[in-house]
Design a binder for this molecule. Sequence first.
Ligand SMILES: Nc1nc2c(c(=O)[nH]1)N[C@H]1C(S)=C(S)[C@@H](COP(=O)(O)OP(=O)(O)OC[C@H]3O[C@@H](n4cnc5c(N)ncnc54)[C@H](O)[C@@H]3O)O[C@H]1N2
Ligand code: MOO
Length: 390
Amino acid sequence: MISVNDARELLFDLVAPLPAEHTPLAKSAGRVLAQDVVATRNQPPFAASSMDGYAVKAAEVERHAMFKIVGESAAGRRFDGSVGPGQAVRIFTGAPVPEGADFVVIQEDTERRGDLITITDAPGPKVNIRPTGVDFTKGTTISAPRLIRAEDVALMAAMNIPQVPVTQRPEIALISTGDELVMPGETPGPDQIIASNTFGLQALLEDLGARVRILPIAQDTVSSLETAFDLARGADLVVTIGGASVGDYDLVSDVSHGLGMERSFYKIRMRPGKPLMAGRLGDAAMVGLPGNPVSAMVCGYLFLAPMVRRMLGLDQVLTSFQRAKLTEPLPANGPREHYMRAILDENGIRACPDQDSSLLSVLAEANALLVRPPQDSTQKTGDEVLYLPL
Ligand SMILES: Nc1nc2c(c(=O)[nH]1)N[C@H]1C(S)=C(S)[C@@H](COP(=O)(O)OP(=O)(O)OC[C@H]3O[C@@H](n4cnc5c(N)ncnc54)[C@H](O)[C@@H]3O)O[C@H]1N2
Ligand code: MOO
């Protein structure tokens, strides 16, 4: 058995960042920027008014000063002439400031009669003009890698980048194994249950940006498992669920070995999630998850999620541990690193009372995984512990 950290390193060795592709700007949110993108224009491309009012010469701005309106500058339609002494140009927010003007008096500070305006209130020092390129200039770069957020989409749109280079989405095939499983919506036989962690993992992995294919459930036979592996061809990562332990029907190891899987490791010194196997199967990475629903989900958070982030080319692939104070004591831990479902609130953190790895109801109630090092001693209320937010 190897440690969680060693397992993670070996899992990272099984995957690499995927190539880039272009996606339309409108579809780029949630994807990972694969190459730097560069603005090809200044924003604003001209000195622009930030208010509705009158463009004048700053030197002439004072209370009671009068100006003659000689034209209009609107957003999208500039005033072509220039502003001379005693002249003003009617101007609107976002419009180009005409030549000769270096101040915009807001209309609330003026009184207009025909084509004459008078400044009624002393304008402050603010010139109400946005200089050319104040937002960004030609050559401004958004650096890759970067998880593209809505704000980045807006910025790239303003930069006039209609096609965005993004990392290809990792394709993941999920194979549930076991005669006892049926899909949600089907009618289970008396000894059957519903495949669950399959769908939890799909949600988790898709949320990270992977494309997930749920394959038909493999029965506990060699041929059924072989068929499932065959259907998984083309995936970057093949994940099996269940059949990883030592029972007579735990066939994943034998079947994957028979198909040429080069094993990287089997079993991690952790709870839950001990009987995890990993290796390379043809062009794909393969991870055999333990079937217990919580074990599979915890391994999804701890191992599959970082693998996906690595395939997406992100720098930050691990979730950082946080610290909180215990609101209830903990008994000593055994030899395996323990990821306990826990509840974090404003007072601190406490482990859920029942940590059996079949209990999805407890996992759903939890909002953190409290991390116990191997052989950790008894912890008292108020002691600080590490946790991962869920
Ligand atoms: N003698 C030993 N028995 C077990 C050991 C051991 O070391 N020695 N390890 C235990 C641990 S820890 C785990 S975890 C499980 C892992 O077992 P498998 O990976 O072989 O999983 P299965 O036996 O196929 O299933 C376990 C459990 O989970 C249910 N299951 C499986 N897949 C799904 C799914 N997609 N959705 C919902 N539930 C699923 C399955 O019905 C079983 O109840 O082994 C222990 N045993
Ligand atoms: O370690 Mo198993 O993965 O607890 O239930």
